[in-house]
Write a protein that binds this ligand. Structure first.
Ligand code: PMP
Length: 414
């Protein structure tokens, strides 16, 4: 299957290049390949499968919905209404009363596009501020907003007017303040600042509290909408419904996608301040904005997260991971182990010159696979080994997975 896929999809290959397996079926935190090998899946569909593979209650709800209505364009339906209410129910009351929901085309990038477009229309301004290491998608605009130069450099004329600033610390916030408050700073007042609270693809970099609060205060004082990209951090991944809650800020636009349905059905939304709602009806359309299966699953996923206290589980399993990975954190080739909730990364770097140790990270990933654990990579030069376990992962599975990872790191560090 790998060879056959290579023949017809050679330009699109990404995961199988590093994880040479063909998938047959999944259940919970586990996935089986076509040869019958079973793996703990801590890639979880790139953070999409928040309740693991084929959660039986979600399967049942989707099957029921499948028998009544599957696609509804943007007509109102009971499933869509329940989904919108469920999304808003995750926000604190003060924010909830201000926010509207817009259903976007089904991917994270589609929703980021919508968020930026909304802010451009509302402010009448064209520039956007983003951060080094950011990832917002692979469309022309979202590619331009991302730090990944290797992806966008070969593509002429991606969206212009994006200004990048360093990410994450109070000093970085001070730089942004100086640039925007200085009348000679050279940065026109932007339409938006777009921010991940934890950079996922960027290598699991958790923004500092001071940084986020100062960016929020600055954008508010200058009337710049703040977009938080919670495509990866949302839906409970960091231990609260949205990661921004942990910073004590209120954003103007929230972007969510990946785990919204809990079971991998494509859906994306933006939640945005009604004050920005100046776009005309039909200003942002798209055929696939009415996936009733995703809506039905999404409502059920939120109910299950509440019923089973999965946000509590995220926090507890996150603490367990921090504890189990404390050993490798001290190893010479490990620069840092960091994360929040169930988003963790092990950054590998050459102890001599501090350069990203891409080859070592690749070996760790392959070694983990051989011992039954699927992990992701990211960060600068792909030198951060990353995990995104399902939110309902058990303590036992976390222990087994961490033991495999610890072994892989110690075996691969030269
Ligand atoms: N924003 C963030 C923060 C992401 O992590 C991703 C995907 N990794 C995207 C946007 C793009 O989402 P999609 O791949 O669904 O377009």
């Amino acid at each position: 299957l790998l060879a056959r896929q290579e023949r017809w999809e050679s330009s699109a290959r990404t995961y199988p290049r590093h994880l040479p397996i063909a998938l047959a079926e999944g259940a919970g935190s586990f996935v089986r390949d076509v040869d019958g090998n079973v793996f703990i899946d801590f890639l979880a569909g790139a953070g999409v499968l928040s309740l693991g593979h084929n959660h039986p209650e979600l399967v049942e709800v989707v099957a029921r919905q499948l028998g009544s209505l599957t696609h509804g364009l943007d007509f109102p339906t009971p499933a869509k209404d329940a989904f919108a209410q469920a999304q808003l129910s995750m926000l604190a009351p003060r924010l909830r009363t201000r926010m509207k929901v817009h259903f976007c085309g089904p991917t994270g990038a589609n929703a980021v596009e919508a968020a930026v477009k909304l802010c451009k229309i509302a402010t009448g301004r064209g520039d956007v501020i983003s951060f080094q290491g950011a990832f917002h998608g692979s469309t022309h605009a979202t590619m331009a907003l991302s730090g990944l130069v290797s992806q966008k450099a070969p593509v002429p004329n991606t969206m212009a007017g994006v200004h990048f600033f360093p990410y994450g610390t109070a000093d970085d916030a001070a730089l942004l303040e100086r640039a925007l408050l200085d009348s000679n700073g050279g940065i026109p007042l932007p339409a938006a600042v777009i921010l991940e609270l934890v950079q996922g693809e960027g290598g699991v970099i958790v923004a500092g509290t001071d940084f986020v609060r100062r960016v929020r205060a600055l954008t508010r004082s200058l009337g710049i909408p703040l977009i938080v990209d919670e495509v990866q951090t949302g839906c409970g991944r960091t231990g609260t419904w949205f990661a921004f809650e942990q910073y004590g800020i209120e954003p103007d636009v929230i972007v969510a996608s990946k785990a919204l349905s809990g079971i991998g059905l494509p859906v994306a939304v933006i939640l945005y301040d009604a004050a920005l709602d100046t776009w005309a009806p039909g200003a942002h359309i798209g055929t696939f904005r009415g996936n009733q299966l995703a809506f039905a699953a999404g409502v059920e996923a939120i109910r299950i997260v509440r019923r089973d206290d999965l946000l509590g589980n995220v926090v507890r399993r996150g603490e367990q991971i921090a504890d189990r990975l404390a050993g490798p954190a001290a190893a010479p080739w490990v620069r840092q182990v960091r994360g929040r909730g169930l988003m963790w990364g092990i950054e590998l770097a050459d102890p001599e010159d501090g350069r990203p140790a891409t080859k070592v990270a690749s070996e760790v990933q392959i070694s983990a696979l051989r011992h039954g654990l699927i992990v992701e990579r990211g960060g600068r030069q792909d030198a951060v080994v990353r995990i995104l376990p399902p939110l309902n992962v058990t303590a036992e599975v976390v222990d087994t997975a961490c033991a495999i990872l610890v072994e892989a790191v110690s075996a691969c560090s030269p």
